[in-house]
Write a protein that binds this ligand. Structure first.
Ligand code: MN
Length: 265
């Protein structure tokens, strides 16, 4: 009888140990990125490619909702073909937590530095949009032409990499350059990068996608308007008011853009 009881006790202990081990595994599983956030990020990649804001280059990231010191971004690949399995987690220094041998973007420090400098920023896009490039090299500032790009406020600042590091290959390849870029961004929504592209920041993935797309449209419209004559831009006060109105309806184009790219993997 006693032997049976000991046997039962041993079985119970083994069961408890197995349950403990399982709970440990479950804890690892819950540390995986939030599935909804991963889905939003995959859509963001596909949408920005569909809207010609990103081509084979550029990237979009989101601050990790489970660990705000980290961020999520694809492995090094063309945004238009990103799937859920391509999204990696990066630490606050821009290094992948577990890339499993996969290549990562050399300019990941853009994202790391801005997340460090701007606690309010939850998502970031980096683009080489050809329509925006002229505004990075001419001294003609990018200002909001209409209400949709009111987030440009009193004009996008420009990051001059030469001031930060002299002669480079133009890429933000380390945290020092990332910090200099974040300093140029300041409290703005968009910073242009001389001879390179731009970075848009936002409070969520849909908002940053919206801003990246409308930065490009604004550049096109501003160039067209300038050919017709002197341009009257939104004033800072109009920009502030319009930003509030437009921010409230960002989900409308987001759903349209998602529908355009269709099902994701
Ligand atoms: Mn770049």
């Amino acid at each position: 009888m006693r032997k049976v009881k000991i046997g039962v006790l041993i079985a119970l202990c083994a069961g408890a140990l197995a349950a403990y081990a399982w709970a440990g595994q479950a804890q690892v599983a819950t540390a995986a990125p939030d599935p909804k956030q991963v889905e939003d990020l995959v859509y963001a990649n596909r949408i920005l490619a569909d809207q010609d804001v990103l081509d084979g280059f550029g990237h979009v990231s989101a601050r990790d909702v489970k660990d705000p010191s980290r961020f999520l971004m694809a492995r090094s690949m063309a945004p238009g073909v990103v799937t859920r399995g391509d999204i990696l987690e990066y630490n606050s220094e821009g290094e992948p937590i577990d890339a499993r041998g996969r290549a990562v973007y050399s300019e990941r420090y853009i994202h790391a530095a801005i997340y460090r400098a701007r606690p309010d920023v939850m998502a970031i896009v980096h683009s080489h949009s050809p329509e925006v490039i002229p505004f990075t090299v001419t001294g003609t500032a990018l200002h909001p032409v209409y209400h949709m790009s009111a987030f440009l406020g009193s004009g996008a600042p420009i990051f001059e990499i030469r001031d930060a590091a002299g002669m480079t290959d133009m890429l933000v390849r380390d945290n020092k350059l990332g910090d200099a870029l974040a300093k140029s961004l300041g409290n703005s929504a968009v910073v242009l990068m001389r001879g390179h592209g731009y970075v848009a920041v936002g409070n969520a993935v849909p908002q940053v996608v919206f801003r990246a797309i409308y930065t490009q449209i604004n550049a096109r419209l501003q160039a067209q308007a300038a050919q017709l004559g002197a341009v009257k831009f939104l004033s800072p006060e109009e920009s502030a008011k319009a930003s509030v109105s437009i921010d409230a309806v960002v989900s409308r184009p987001w759903e349209l853009w998602k529908a355009r790219v269709g099902k994701i993997e």
